[in-house]
Design a protein. Structure first.
Length: 308
């Protein structure tokens, strides 16, 4: 395989750049942040990376930078042009540009890491033939463009988890079909690592899994576990019990209050005296409104008796 060659950086007409399908759409927040940065600095800090082919110049890395230039009305944009580039190398450039410089959510982190692992194994087939510790070392210490091991450490620090969990991200990202990632990405509520783990446990292309992802995409469930319970209930014909958070909190408070010693209760009342006083006044007013019809009836009856 030929080694990709980087040509001199140059200004390229924005209209000449061809954008094909990307692993994820541009982030509105990231584009706005870039526009603000360009406004402050007066320049675009990093160039976009383009692949030169017979058909034209194709974007490899820098979709957010390109979108910012378009919105700013630029005619040209700083670019680095590469030749002798393979499809895998171009995809690897996109992946590394994102994981090195973008703020990724758990879903996109998992998808990008899983994609990078697949590319690495295609570029280094000998890694797949190994086993045990040798296999793990080969897969997680890639030296091309950006070290997966280095990214694993950076991601572990970012999410407050260890490298073992970062590798789990790869497993979760690899378990998703491309369309599933698209559907989850456009869900009203951002999916979490736990959601991805719950989805990964379901059979691929299974009806329950498809229903769970559809529920998340349409905002019909807060998380994958809730969606799964609803799907199971619908399939079994047994109505899903709706959990009232107020009732749950009331029972928890009541249980704690009944078990607390008197000294603890006195301290609690002392520290929350003002709030309890306001709540007590509200409760008294509410009870008065509830008893008001009966009180008016009694007053009316008493007045009638006095007149007689």
């Amino acid at each position: 395989m030929k080694t990709p060659i980087e040509r001199d950086a140059t200004q390229v007409p924005v209209a000449d750049i061809i954008v094909r399908s990307r692993l994820r759409p541009v982030s509105e927040a990231a584009v706005e942040s870039l526009i603000a940065s360009i406004g402050e600095l007066g320049v675009m800090k990093d160039a976009v990376h383009l692949r030169k082919r017979k058909e034209g110049l194709f974007l490899m890395a820098g979709a957010h930078r390109l979108e910012a230039a378009i919105r700013l009305g630029w005619d040209t944009i700083p670019a680095k042009i590469w030749t002798d580039v393979t499809d895998d190398w171009a995809l690897l450039m996109e992946v590394d540009d994102n994981i090195a410089g973008a703020e990724l959510n758990p879903l996109d982190t998992a998808v990008f890491l899983a994609t990078r692992k697949k590319i690495y194994e295609r570029l280094h087939p000998e890694a797949k033939a190994k086993s045990g510790a040798a296999l793990a070392a080969a897969r997680w210490n890639a030296a091309d463009i950006m070290s997966v091991a280095s990214f694993a450490r950076a991601t572990a620090e970012k999410f407050g988890i260890d490298e073992r969990h970062v590798r789990r991200l790869v497993s979760l990202g690899g378990s998703l079909e491309p369309q599933e990632a698209v559907d989850l990405r456009t869900a009203p509520r951002q999916v979490t690592l736990k959601d991805l783990g719950d989805i990964a446990k379901m059979p691929r292309l299974g009806k329950e899994r498809m229903a769970v992802i559809a529920a998340l995409n349409q905002g019909k469930a807060k998380n994958a576990a809730e969606a799964f319970r609803a799907v199971k209930a619908a399939n079994s014909g047994v109505p899903l019990t709706v959990i009232d958070p107020i009732e749950v909190a009331f029972k928890a408070l009541s249980a704690l209050w009944s078990r607390a010693p008197k000294a603890a209760k006195r301290r609690f009342v002392s520290e929350h005296f003002e709030e309890l006083g306001l709540l007590g006044a509200e409760e008294e007013a509410a009870r008065f409104e509830m008893d008001r019809p009966q009180l008016l009836a009694e007053i009316a009856a008493t007045s009638g008796a006095a007149e007689e």
